[in-house]
Each structure stands twice: as C-alpha cells, then as structure tokens.
Design a binder for this molecule. Sequence first.
Ligand code: NZQ
Ligand code: ZN
Length: 383
Amino acid sequence: MNNFEFYNPVKVVFGKGSISRLAALIPHKSKVLLVYGGGSIKRNGIYTQVIETLKSFDLIEFSGIEANPHYETCMDAVKLVKEQAVDFLLAVGGGSVIDATKFIAAAACFEGEPWEILSKGAEIKKALPLGAVITLAATGSEMNERAVISRVSTKEKLNFASPLVFPQFAVLDPEVTYSLPAKQTANGVVDSFIHVIEQYLTYPVQAKVQDAFAESLMKIIVEEGLKVLDHPHDYEIRANLMWAATNALNGWIGQGVPQDWSSHRIGYALTAQFGLDHAETLAVILPGVMTYMQKAKEEKIIRLGEVVFNLQETTKEKQIFQTIAACEEFFRKMGLKTRLHEYGITEGDLNILVEPVRQMNWKLGEQGNINWEVAREILLLRV
Ligand code: NZQ
Ligand code: ZN
C-alpha cells in the first residue's frame, strides 16, 4: 500500500426527511444563495421542502445551472453573490449544480480571471462555505472537493479540486431520486461504477481494505443498478445506490492506491464536442481502455471478473476478454450505448477529441503512459 494522508470534513445527513435538517446545518444569520438547475426541484417538491425549512433565513435564488455546468452561467451567479453579499451557498441538485456551486464559491473570492482555476490550476486561497442537497446519485460531488466546468464558447470542459470547496454538509435523501428520468438513473449507476473502476482497475499494491471496499461497491452497484429501472420507487434500492455512489468518490477507496482516470479525462471532449452525457462518454471509452491496457491491468481485470461478475474462465486470456465484455454488457443493460458510431461519431472525428490531451500535454492512466496518440488508439477501438 502506498503512503497517504486522508481528509474529508463533510458531514453526511442521510435518510428519509433529512432535508428538514437544513435549518440546523446552515450557520445562523447566513445570507444564503440557493443554487439549482433547470427546475426539476420545482416539479418534484424538493424546492418547497427546502424553502419551508429555511423560512427564517435571508434567502435568495439562482437557477438555470445546466447539466455539464457552464462557466458563463457560474460567472453570472458570482456577480449576484458579490452584489448581494451572500455568505453561504446551498446547492440543491445533481452533480452539475453542486460542481457549479463549488466553482462559484471559489470564483467569488478569487482575484484575477477565475477561468485560470480550471485552465491553469490557479491556487484557490479562499472560498465561500457551501452545503449540498444531492438529488441524483452519481458523481459523489456532495462529499468531495472536485468540480468539472465547461466553457461553451471554446468547447472546453475542465476540472479543479481544492479542500476549500468541500461542502460543509451533504444531505442525502434517497426518496428525492424517485423522480429521476430512467436515463439519469442509469447514467448515475454507470458513472458511479466507473468511479470505482478508475481507482481499482490499475495494478495491485496489496491494499486489501481499499480493494475489498471497491469490490463490494461494484457488486452492489451492479446488483441494485440492474433492479432500479424496474423498481424506481423502491427505497432500499435507491438508498443503497445513493450511498454507494457517494462512497465511490468521496476519497476512501482511492487512498494509497494507484489511480487511472483516463476514461474520464478523454471523455470530457466527447461531452464538449458532441454533447454526450458524462456517463455516456464513460460507457464508450472504458471498454477501450481495458482492452488497450489489458496487459498492465491484467491482475485486477481477472479479479474483477471473478468477484463482481462471477466469471471463472479456463485461461487468463478468456477471463480478461469475458470481463471486458461483462462490463460492456452491464452498460448496455442499463440502456447506454457503448460505441462511437452509435452517436454518429467516426474515425474522422478522433483528432478533435484527443486535442485537449495533446494541448494540455496530459499523460493519463496509472502509469502516465496515455498521451494523445495512445488516447486516439483507444478511441479507434471504440468507433
Ligand atoms: O437541472 P435539473 O432541472 O435539476 O435536472 C437535472 C438534469 O437535467 C436532472 N435531475 C437531477 N436530479 C433530479 C433530476 N430530475 C428529476 N428528479 C431529480 N431528483 O438530471 C439531469 C442531469 O443532472 P446532472 O447534475 O447534470 O447529472 P450528474 O449528477 O450526473 O452530474 C454530471 C456532472 O458532474 C460532473 C460531470 O462531468 C457532469 O458535468 N462530474 C463531477 C464529479 C465530481 N464533482 O466529483 C465527478 C464525475 O466524474 C463527473 O465528472
Ligand atoms: Zn464520473
């Protein structure tokens, strides 16, 4: 196991009715900005619950955060925060709303051009405090210090991380996910599964706790994920998927182990250029990364097949092949496409897709050996 230092200060409030705890979680006398998305919270009653609970607070609103939140929209919110002297941000939504709120929190206190937080990794010295009510089990953003923001004008999608943007609290009520469209539920299942994979499917370092935890999370995500589309109002299924998604990316399983993240990084351009949902990009790319990197990842792929998909093939080669096929089949059963051509993307589009990897000179993967040329080879396997 590698050395590590682990810090996660997010207070989690989990379960039915937990939105009613908000008033006690937000510091008294705060001037609160409620940040939300395109209006799903108004249709499913979450908005009313939040407003009721926060009756005694000085509260203003900013709505219209897009899926794959736009830098431009976040900057409008930053203007409002400054004009109104807001001192606490409350995100109510999916990963996009929480990510946007993290960026707003940092950008509102940033001296200089806030885009540099994303494009140059500029240091964040201060951020407004924030809290999160998560409405979509997927990203883990409610309990981590990361965010991904897109700039529409330049078709860029970039991420940043800072301990200053950890939410102070995360409210997780599985019942709020009942209203999710099947597509978004499926996206969340696939995204959280691949978060575990990015931290697990590398090379072994005898990190038994992290490996066993990761394997349990994947088993649960596959089992419950395959049930949830037929049982969208089953509390226990929703609760297990929600807590699994949070644990998939709150730091625990990634401590002291090598991490990959190439499917995620390569995937950003598929969203920025062709508008694919985040999880859709991953379902296409991951089988390519597994296939191309199978030698380097072989021990973990073989174990993944055994533990998560109950595969016992007679040869190493067959076990690896069938494990990759099992992952792809799982994504397809969840209703996601797994090939670029299914989105109308052809070999001729690959150069533009790997351009960010080239431009940023990223060396992706646990070995740092996926440059833009290798990324192109991986995508070529997925046409
Ligand atoms: O905008 P509203 O009206 O809220 O509708 C949203 C949106 O249309 C809807 N929705 C959310 N909760 C709902 C609901 N509809 C009905 N009932 C509910 N309870 O779902 C749609 C998608 O929401 P979004 O927040 O975009 O989805 P998700 O949570 O999958 O977040 C995706 C974003 O997170 C980033 C992705 O890149 C993408 O931008 N990620 C963030 C990470 C992080 N911070 O750690 C890690 C991830 O790997 C990921 O990159
Ligand atoms: Zn993800």
